[in-house]
Design a protein. Structure first.
Length: 128
């Protein structure tokens, strides 16, 4: 599958910069609207069929999910983003078998908890 980055809560300006950056890397960008956040990540990136419309609350933070990308591709993205002065997005995840079944809201909560643990100097753990 083609590399893809799911985006959440990016401004139009930042989304345009991200699309330019991803065009250079051959990756697609999919801006996920708040009303689609009840779907599992797998459905949002084309790995499964969307479920019945589940209601979900949005979240305020910017978030990126790297789909169909290995670590080398994600590192190329991060290096290119830095070179192009694309301001970092604090909450980022790589699609895994575990988080593929989560909704964006669940992933956001997990990333926020991990970030808080790291900021306090603790280990970031998540349950399988």
């Amino acid at each position: 599958m083609r590399p893809m980055i799911l985006t959440f809560n990016l401004s139009e300006t930042r989304l345009a910069k991200l699309r330019f950056l991803c065009m250079k890397l051959g990756a697609a960008v999919k801006a996920v609207p708040a009303e689609a956040c009840g779907q599992p990540i797998a459905a949002l990136c084309g790995l499964s069929t969307p479920q019945e419309a589940a209601q979900a609350e949005g979240f305020p933070d910017e978030m990126l999910v790297f789909c169909h990308m290995d670590n080398a591709a994600v590192n190329r993205f991060l290096q290119t983003a830095k070179q192009l002065r694309f301001a970092p997005v604090a909450l980022k995840a790589i699609l895994t078998p575990t988080n593929a079944e989560w909704t964006p809201q669940q992933l956001w909560q997990e990333l926020k908890a991990e970030r808080a643990a790291v900021m306090k100097g603790g280990a970031a753990l998540h349950e399988e």
